[in-house]
Structure formats: C-alpha cells, structure tokens
Write a protein that binds this ligand. Structure first.
Ligand SMILES: NC(=O)c1ccc[n+]([C@@H]2O[C@H](COP(=O)([O-])OP(=O)(O)OC[C@H]3O[C@@H](n4cnc5c(N)ncnc54)[C@H](O)[C@@H]3O)[C@@H](O)[C@H]2O)c1
Length: 382
C-alpha cells in the first residue's frame, strides 16, 4: 500500500473513531461528505490535511480548540493579535509541524491577505469579548467587532474556502421571561454593545447566502467555563469558584437570573462537528451551542460550589449592572449534529477546584490582563 493510501486509511480511521458514539447512518453521511470535500477542495491531498484557520486561536476558547483540532489530525493556523499578553498559549504547539501561528490584527488588510492563503476552513473567534470590555472601549469595539469582523467575513469569499464558522453568543437573546427557553427563532434583543455587534455580524453573514462561495454556520455559544491555557476569571463559573475557594467575599448580583453555560472542551468539539458535518445540515444555519442540562441560575452555581467548598461567604444584591436573563433551548444542534455537552457545571467546578488545590491560579494579577478581559494594553486602548 502506498504512503498516501496508508495515511488516507489512517485519517478515515481517526474520523470513524472520533464519531463512534454517533448513529451509524450519520457516521456514513459524514464519511461521504469528507470524500466529497476531499475531491472538491483538497484534491489530491488526503482528508485530514484540511487546514483550519482560527482567528482568535490564542484566546480562552481558541487555545483549547487549537489543541483539539491538532489532536484530530488537522493542520491549524492561528491568527491572533495577543491582546491579553496571551502568546504563551501558542507555545506548546510551536514545534508541531501541523501548527502555525501568525501574529496580527484582523483590521490589517495585509495580515488578512496573508493568513487566508492556503486554508480550507475558517473559524472566527476573534474580537473584543464581553459586555464590560466593549463598554469600556467603545471605539476599539466598533473598530474590531463591527468594521473588522464584517470585512473579515467578506474577505473569506473567492479563495476556495469550504466552511466559515462564526462564533456568536446566546447573549443576543438579552432579557427573556423566566418561563421561556429561547430557540434560534426567538427574537433577538441584544442589550450590550458586544451583543449588538454580534447580531449585526450574524445578519451580515446570513445575507451572503448565495453570494459567497463558502458554506457558513453561526454558533451562538453559551457562557464558557472550564480550564484553558488562557483562563478567564471574568466569567461566572470560574470567577465564583475561585473566589469561594479562596474564602473571599463573593457578591452575587441578581442570583435568580438564568444563563446557559458550556465547557470549553465541548465548544471545541462542537466546532469539530460542524467542520465535519454533512454540509446540508449546517449550511447557513444558526445554532445555539450548548446543552439544556447546563442552563442555570447564578444561585444554582453558588449552590454547586458551596456543596464542594466549605464555608464560603456569599452576599447577594438585586439590580446589578447586568440585566441579562435567558434560558436557551439546544434542540436544534442536538438533532442536526448530535451534539450534547460532555461536561456539566459541576464537572467544571470540580476540575477547577482540583487545579486551585494544586496551587494554580492563586495569583492572577500577573501578567496584566492575562486572566480576564478587564483592560487593554495601552497600544490598543483608544
Ligand atoms: N467566553 C465566553 O463565555 C463566550 C460566550 C459566548 C461567545 N463567545 C465567543 O467566543 C469567542 C472567543 O471568546 P474567548 O472567551 O475565547 O475570548 P478571548 O478574549 O479569550 O479571545 C479572543 C482572542 O481574540 C484576540 N483578538 C481580539 N481582538 C483582535 C484583533 N483586532 N485582531 C487580532 N486578534 C484579536 C485576542 O488577542 C484573544 O486572543 C468570541 O467570539 C466570543 O464572542 C465566548
């Protein structure tokens, strides 16, 4: 058997093993799709030579995604402007011949031209992430999250790119009644600059159906938790767990508000699934990404942590600055690509506690901004 045939066979084995828990009919659909992809886009390279460009691949979710895709045999190129001194996250992959890191800003046309060359698929995770930081830096937010992202979405066309995955947020639902769980058709009501930019980008991308030559998918992510080489302690589950573990005073605003959560590892898996799904299942589709099991109130999260950490002082206050309240329905993604999260909030809290107990993340002031999207370095804060 020739070397090419052997590596093709191995690639197919990896693909089947990774999907072994899925229905056989779906595995067959994926397999046929891969062969089709291979012929159309990559010929004569083998299936696992798809090269995925991850914008924002050095961030909290991106650094986990990079490792996940490399582990599945993909080639990965990361483009990142390292806004949070987070270059260290790409170091573990530097000597991997399947990995490439290109430093640059998404608003730099030359950088975009360079990074979009010779890739088969694009995942857009980049941007100024979160309500507080976009509120603090509105001009930078508009430069990156509005103009930058829209131009990036346009730039992916006419380059032989097969799929573009745009990562959006369930924050787009804003404030919804307690008895409702929003599906993808539920009216969007973005409350922050951050969510407004995401909604604008979604609408722009959806308007390109039939205009661009790539297949696009929008994933509205739940709020993330879980370990990453760029931890973020400005996100509820990790912030609460760390604060309570350290026995520090935790002030919880609007404890009864709902939000969906999802582990970063599961986000990496959902992106892999979209990259590999038969195209008719994901083409120009919008999906809530997460699982019904991880819709929770802040009070539930506090209770989970309390059951695992002794004597943590918690105070409560009503009418905080963040009015968001949304429960989300994840039926569509479950039925289209059989995605269900593997990690519950409790699993994530246990995981983080085990890291804290080993002395990790006790000091988070250094390097500045690494552990949360609190401030931008002077060169990017306008
Ligand atoms: N973390 C969450 O809870 C969550 C929830 C819903 C959706 N999302 C979405 O997931 C994606 C990733 O989020 P994250 O938590 O990993 O955020 P993050 O801030 O850790 O990562 C974003 C990355 O983008 C880079 N970046 C920012 N602006 C850039 C620019 N102009 N040019 C080049 N690089 C730039 C940063 O350096 C950083 O590495 C975002 O699109 C976010 O909206 C995240």
């Amino acid at each position: 058997m020739s070397q090419t045939k052997r590596s093709l066979r191995r690639a197919q084995e990896i693909a089947f093993n990774a999907n072994a828990h899925l229905p056989v009919s779906y595995q067959e659909e994926i397999y046929k799709e891969r062969l089709k992809f291979d012929k159309k886009i990559l010929s004569p390279r083998e299936i696992e030579r798809r090269k995925i460009l991850i914008f924002g691949g050095a961030g909290y979710i991106g650094s986990v995604l990079s490792g996940h895709l490399l582990g599945r045999g993909y080639k990965v190129r990361v483009s990142d402007g390292l806004y949070f001194n987070n270059g260290i996250t790409v170091l573990p992959h530097f000597d991997n011949p399947d990995f490439e890191f290109l430093y640059g800003d998404i608003t730099d046309k030359d950088h975009i031209e360079t990074v979009l060359k010779n890739v088969t698929d694009v995942v857009i995770l980049t941007g100024l992430v979160g309500d507080p930081i976009t509120k603090k830096y509105p001009r930078e937010s508009s430069r990156v999250n509005d103009r930058g992202i829209l131009r990036l979405i346009d730039s992916c066309s006419n380059r032989g790119i097969a799929r573009v995955i745009f990562v959006s947020t369930c924050s787009n639902y804003g404030l919804i009644p307690d008895n409702i769980s929003a599906d993808e058709e539920y009216e969007l009501s973005p409350l922050s600059l951050y969510a407004k930019s995401k909604v604008a980008a979604e609408l722009h991308l959806l308007s390109l159906k039939g205009v661009v030559d790539y297949s696009a998918t929008i994933l509205r992510f739940a709020t993330a938790f879980g370990l990453s080489s760029r931890m973020r302690f400005d996100l509820t589950v990790s912030e609460f767990t760390r604060t309570m573990y350290r026995g520090e005073d935790l002030l919880v605003y609007d404890a009864d508000t709902w939000r969906p959560y999802c582990h970063v590892k599961d986000f990496a898996e959902v992106i892999r699934r979209v990259l590999e799904a038969p195209s008719q299942r994901v083409d120009f589709q919008v999906f809530n990404a997460g699982g019904d099991v991880n819709n929770a109130t802040k009070q539930t999260i506090v209770d989970i942590i309390k059951s695992l950490v002794v004597e943590a002082p918690v105070r409560y206050q009503k009418h905080g600055a963040d009015p968001r309240n949304y429960r989300v329905n994840f039926k569509r993604i479950r039925e289209a690509i059989y995605f269900e999260p593997s990690m519950t909030i409790r699993d994530g809290v246990i995981e983080l506690l085990s890291a804290l107990r080993q002395g990790l993340f006790l000091e988070i002031d250094q390097p500045p901004s690494f552990y949360g999207n609190w401030t931008l370095p002077p060169n990017v804060s306008r």
